[in-house]
Design a binder for this molecule. Sequence first.
Ligand code: SF4
Length: 350
Amino acid sequence: MSTLREPAAELLAWYDRHGRELPWRVGPAARAAGQRPDPYRVWLSEVMLQQTTVAAVRDHFHRFTTLWPTVEALAAADDARVMGEWAGLGYYARARNLLKCARVVAEEHGGRFPGTLDALRKLPGIGPYTAAAIAAIAFDRAETVVDGNVERVMARLFDIRTPLPAAKPELTARAAELTPQARPGCYAQAVMDLGATICTPRRPACGICPWRDGCLGRLAGSAPDLPAKTPKKAKPVRHGIAYLARRVDGAWLLERRPEKGLLGGMLGWPGSDWVEEAPQPAPPIRAEWRDAGAEVRHTFTHFHLRLALRTALVPMDRAPARGIFLPQEEFRPSDLPTVMRKAFDLARGG
Ligand code: SF4
């Protein structure tokens, strides 16, 4: 057992001095002065931060809160505009759920996020982690917030060597034991900050860690190797062909992907299915297709993609079998999800 005497108090004292300043955060001094976090901003940041780094989220968060400063404003937004602004953050199902959730909060909760774990869990796109994070950070409830950072810190602090994912229940139980009744919102953010800035994946900076004296992983020398992980299976490689057609007036042939499935609801280049064998050609319009001589490489959660590119210039009077021509002035490459953006950049450079 760790020999920390008052782990929460020790960590909070560190957070008060060293916590990160983040655009969606109400820092400890402001909080002590009575300022409350806006649940909308907490929710938005937590959804954006899932699987994405703070650095990648900052600009998007600023854009979203400038364009849509309240949950009601976001609920009333145009779907395509929101999907476009989300481009680059990946995991596009999150953006669709973001809109659904905003609309439920606006229509069924009078524009106010509910403050309990159970009520938050019922909202679209809010899983156990996000619900606990919002309840703790926005409503100061003593909920246990466990993400990858927290798992790593707990595994090290208690020298838990069971590999993930089997270790999850034990790590969650340890995290729950440490969660204080006083200032749980600050505490949740403090553990996240510790994991992000001190107890980092490869080289924990134990020398400046507020928990160093009681940390069993540090004392045992096992900390840098924790948490242990069950080896992942190698991801399969899928292949596809994307077709980038431009009309002589500068319009681009694009299609909106089906709502369900990978990159659902996002704009993209028409193309073949993505398969593990050779892909079947599927040109969306009759044209003299040119091999761009370059291949997009992109990794999704469950597979690597190799996307061959074909380009063509087509006359005004030719109708596509798939997709629509988007006039040049309406086409914003930044609206494309990353893989489609890569295809655009490569085809233009090629
Ligand atoms: S002492 Fe080191 S390993 Fe332990 S919690 Fe702090 S940074 Fe992590």
